[in-house]
Design a protein around this ligand. Structure first.
Ligand SMILES: [Zn+2]
Length: 173
């Protein structure tokens, strides 16, 4: 999908949805009657260029198992952890700051002006502090609360990533 705005900047939108990876069975009880429960749309910023603004429209789907009534979601392979920025944006910033020695202020300005990513200095500083030393990008669900009754989420190969269980629900395998 492509649109052109008045200043000649092209808006390039890609759409992704968890529904493309519809779970075949419930990770809790193995039941196969899985339905969509609810969803959240989010816009994720991707690394663009001076004339191309890239955005991802991502539908995060919460599924429900009709048998055990548990609510869960999946980890989308292209959108790990539900970031507001694509991992490539963060990797780009970290590489310039940590490997090339560029100033955080300079990189933030370039992200905004040259790559059309709307990001604040504070956020880029946060990336450096958060991911810089570890050298990898971790999950970050901090900005989104799962729906009531949320039981956990799974990766697309079906293994558990994390799960919050209640009493009596300790059976995981
Ligand atoms: Zn179930």
């Amino acid at each position: 999908m492509e649109e052109e705005s008045q200043d000649g900047i092209e808006l390039e939108i890609r759409e992704h949805t968890d529904a493309d990876y519809f779970p075949e069975e419930c990770p809790f009880c193995g039941g196969q009657d899985i339905r969509r429960h609810t969803y959240k749309m989010r816009e994720i910023q991707d690394l663009g260029s001076p004339m191309i603004c890239r955005r991802i429209y991502y539908e995060r789907v919460y599924f429900i198992c009709k048998r055990c009534k548990k609510i869960f979601n999946i980890e989308h392979p292209l959108i790990p952890g539900g970031f507001r920025y694509m991992p490539s944006v963060i990797e780009y910033a970290l590489s310039r700051i940590l490997d090339e020695g560029d100033l955080i202020r300079r990189v933030t300005r370039d992200l905004n002006k040259l790559h059309l990513v709307k990001v604040s200095l504070a956020t880029v500083e946060k990336w450096v502090n958060q991911y810089g030393k570890k050298g990898k990008i971790d999950m970050d669900f901090s900005e989104e609360k799962p729906p009531k009754g949320f039981s956990g989420y799974i990766s697309i190969d079906g293994t558990f990533k994390s799960v919050t269980t209640k009493k009596n629900d300790q059976k995981m395998d």
